[in-house]
Design a protein around this ligand. Structure first.
Ligand code: SF4
Length: 848
């Protein structure tokens, strides 16, 4: 059968075709999929082509069905019914064609502007900006006073930001689809909601790369072109392509164009300042000039058309806002409705509050999460919180200072709530303070103990947390304390001036209080000590519930990544309630001769096994050194060795310094060590220089999960050999891990599974995910080649090998050899591999 055309800009490799088909099928069947395609295999393009081909075909199918189902009177003759259908069809196609034409005109206008090199000019006259020094002189302390607050008005709970707009602005924002109206009485624009793909990645730079790939893809239109009645439809494969309509969403920090606001130091400060400027009590001359006003409807639509006319990343979008003189943060929202692809960073999708604030819903749409290997951590991170004892003390002290100054000016419910915050902090301190003298390093804390302080049982935590957020208590209190401190600083010239921190201390307390409202079965509270200071921490144990609303709302959800194995971790942790999940582990595009994978189980002195009991013996460390010394002479270019922890690496280094192994390695290679005390950039630069200049090659000792484990690629000569020493299991003795294991086992027991299996499986999965991340960085493109050596007899176990990515597993020798080899046999394989790869000019062979 002819493979399906996914409109890939190049002739796709088999694995790319397979990947695109899997993406297409997953969306078509409305499933959840976990797909892995190693780095360098064109994963982004495959995701784009697979999903957008589905989208355009789906649109065509839906359109054809809708046309077939247009209701006509039964007693009308067939020719009249046909005419009615054709008129409706023409009307819809004409409306779409008009929209496309508008976008085409914008593209043409931009092209001409670029040609004239006037891209720095505004598209239209900017609104007048406030001049410097126009700030109204007010009593400086007034700005720290709390506004009247009455939270008992619960009949109309506020949605983020909406209540802050004036009635006029609210009406306009509703009309433009920028906020959800209170009642369903929206007037809509001429554009209907499109089925869309929400594409999400971790950072804006990853999204920018994705947007770059999107620009290379050209697809036929979803709807057929307009044609006169009676003319048959064209063959869809011969139709002209139609530009993809894409919009990037970002935070105010990325998109604010008001120089008085975007220069503020933190995301929170920018958000709060922006909201303040929109409040109805703010004098109109002080409001942000870029927020759309009632006269700006056509400007907002202009922005929408400019945003959608070309594929743009976040910086381009801010540029469009600047040129049009309208806020891109708000004006981008109407562009979501007609967009086919919405790109956004993790937190904006994962947090329900962020989705609500942006007015986006994934209901019925497709969600693709790229770089999803960190998704579980991201969900857990968003829902977990911690507060230190010094933050609690400092927040309390600041509140008392604030109360002293403003007590008589606190109106409405302000005084009651501020007093409640102090009481709750006292309650937390009541638990944390005695722990300072505890001998242990940590343990579990019961939520009831955290709220056992005097009068705390009378406090409604939900209302209190809402109050802290809506009153902006944290900023007001911290701002006032800082103001006092600055006055003090001025009297002491030469001393460093205090600055408002990125996150106010009270916000840490607020975040922690929020976790106290979570259902107790989902998470646990812990205490621990770092540098002698007590930390109270909430850890989410079950991330599945926090991801479930996305899974249930979306038509299909795809988690994609370069290294997603072992995939059971995602199915068990994120989708335990789903009967099935589609999975695919793609092979690599490199020829099999470009990869050598071997397990090193033993050397002539005995087995190599680096578990907690055996790894610290001098014999085992010496044995490891000798095994490496047998292999290193055959390796050309760079070798990166990953250890399980900095502590173990230090231990091994000390041993090798004593027994002479270190000195022998230095003779063979220029040697470098990653360390907690040296900058990662310096270490990596020195290593890269040595790889480039030293004909013997270089050796870099690093740590899995350490500073060199993310964001640095070991492509080409930087990583011709990647070695992993041992299996980097997490420390299962910490209170957090114990709680997690207990939780997993109790959930598995409820399903009738054997005790201890689920927790052991999870620990192995976490360990192997870390190993896979490390070894996956050796091959980065289709011409790359490398060897991967796994030092530990446990890698020969079938259970461990099933957790390796497909393309690594395929490269392992089969039969008895798969069980692992003695280092002398492996050294021979390595020598032959390098001899073949360097085409007979293998300098390392001289050293054999
Ligand atoms: S409305 Fe837009 S430009 Fe104005 S302050 Fe807010 S984010 Fe910045």
């Amino acid at each position: 059968m002819e493979p399906k055309n996914f409109h890939h800009p190049f002739q796709p490799y088999d694995i790319q075709q397979q990947f695109m088909q899997a993406v297409y099928d997953c969306i078509e069947n409305g499933k959840v999929g976990i797909f892995e395609s190693p780095t360098g295999t064109g994963k982004s393009l495959s995701l784009i082509c697979g999903s957008l081909t589905w989208l355009r075909e789906h649109k065509r199918k839906k359109f054809d069905e809708a046309m077939q189902n247009i209701e006509v009177d039964d007693d009308e003759p067939e020719w009249m019914a046909e005419h009615a259908r054709e008129s409706k069809r023409k009307e819809i196609l004409h409306m779409r064609a008009e929209f496309e034409e508008r976008l085409a005109k914008v593209r043409e206008k931009e092209r001409k502007l670029r040609e004239k090199q006037t891209s720095g000019e505004p598209f239209r006259k900017k609104r007048k900006q406030d001049g410097p020094g126009e700030e109204r002189e007010v009593d400086v302390e007034d700005q720290f006073a709390l506004d009247d607050y009455n939270s008992d008005d619960e009949a109309t709970p506020r949605q983020s930001g909406q209540s802050q707009y004036s009635a006029e602005t609210t009406k306009l924002l509703e009309k433009l689809g920028m906020i959800t109206p209170a009642k369903d009485d929206r007037t809509t624009d001429d554009i209907e909601e499109e089925m869309k793909i929400f594409f999400c990645s971790r950072t804006h730079s990853q999204l920018s790369q994705f947007v770059g790939e999107l620009q290379r893809v050209h697809l036929p239109a979803g709807l057929p072109p307009e044609k006169p009645i009676g003319v048959p439809d064209q063959d869809p494969t011969k139709e002209a392509t139609q530009a993809i309509k894409q919009i990037t969403l970002g935070s105010r920090k990325n998109l604010c164009i008001n120089p008085k606001v975007n220069k503020l130091s933190s995301q929170t400060a920018i958000n709060e300042r922006c909201m303040e400027l929109q409040q109805s009590k703010t004098p109109s001359e002080k409001k942000c000039q870029y927020i759309p006003s009632k006269d700006d409807e056509s400007l907002v639509l202009d922005f929408r058309d400019h945003a959608l006319a070309s594929i743009r990343d976040i910086e381009d979008l801010a540029g469009v806002g600047r040129k049009l003189g309208i806020c891109p943060y708000y004006a981008s929202r109407p562009a979501v409705t007609p967009a086919e692809m919405v790109t956004l960073p993790y937190p904006l999708l994962l947090q329900k509050t962020a989705r609500e604030a942006l007015g986006i819903s994934v209901k019925g749409h497709v969600v693709i999460i790229d770089e999803a290997h960190n998704l579980i951590d991201a969900v857990e991170g968003i829902c977990s919180a911690q507060v230190t004892i010094s933050q609690l003390r400092s927040a309390r002290e600041s509140l008392m200072t604030y109360l002293q100054k403003f007590r008589n000016r606190l109106k409405g419910s302000n005084r009651m709530y501020v007093t409640q915050v102090v009481r709750v902090i006292d309650s937390l301190l009541q638990v944390a303070t005695p722990l300072e003298s505890e001998k242990g390093i940590g343990g579990v804390v019961q939520p009831s103990a955290l709220l056992a302080g005097k009068g705390v049982d009378q406090i409604n935590l939900t209302k209190l947390v809402r109050y802290i957020s809506e009153s902006k208590l944290a900023r007001k209190v911290e701002g006032y304390v800082l103001h006092l401190k600055s006055a003090e600083d001025k009297s002491k010239p030469g001393e460093q001036h205090s600055q408002l921190p990125e996150t106010p201390t009270l916000t840490h307390v607020q975040n922690f209080l929020t976790t106290l409202m979570n259902p107790s079965k989902e998470g646990r509270f812990f205490w621990s000590k770092e540098n002698g200071s007590v930390i109270l921490r909430y850890m989410l144990l079950d991330p599945s519930e926090h991801f479930r609303d996305i899974v249930e709302d979306a038509r299909a959800v795809i988690l994609a990544g370069g290294t997603m194995s072992p995939m059971e971790d995602y199915t068990q942790q994120l989708f335990p309630y789903l009967p099935s999940v589609s999975t695919l582990s793609c092979g690599h595009i490199i020829p099999s001769s470009n990869l050598l994978v071997r397990i090193v189980s033993a050397n002539s002195d005995g087995p190599l096994e680096f578990n907690y009991k055996t790894r610290s013996s001098a014999h085992m460390m010496q044995r490891l050194g000798n095994a490496m010394l047998s292999v290193l002479p055959h390796i050309k270019g760079g070798t990166v060795v990953f250890f399980a922890s900095y502590a173990y690496l230090e231990q091994v280094r000390k041993q090798w310094d004593q027994d002479g192994t270190g000195a022998r390695m230095n003779v063979l290679k220029s040697t470098f060590f990653d360390s907690r005390s040296v900058s990662v950039e310096d270490t990596f630069r020195a290593y890269s220089d040595a790889v480039a200049t030293d004909p013997k090659g270089a050796l870099l000792f690093s740590v899995i999960g350490g500073k060199l484990s993310e964001g640095i690629n070991f492509s080409d000569d930087l990583g011709r050999c990647v070695m992993v020493v041992g299996l980097p299991f997490p420390n299962l003795e910490t209170p957090e891990w114990k709680a997690k294991m207990q939780y997993l086992d109790s959930r598995a027991a409820a399903r009738g599974e054997a005790s201890g299996k689920a927790s052991r499986e999870h620990a192995e999965n976490v360990c192997m995910r870390a190993v896979n991340q490390a070894i996956g960085r050796a091959i980065r493109h289709k011409g790359d080649w490398a060897s991967i050596l796994l030092f530990d007899a446990r890698y020969a176990q079938q259970r461990v090998q099933t957790k390796l990515p497909g393309w690594i597993k395929e490269s392992l020798p089969v039969g008895d050899e798969a069980k692992g080899g003695r280092v002398d046999a492996v050294a021979k394989d390595v020598a032959s591999f390098f001899f073949l790869k360097v085409g007979g000019h293998d300098h390392s062979m001289d050293l054999i």
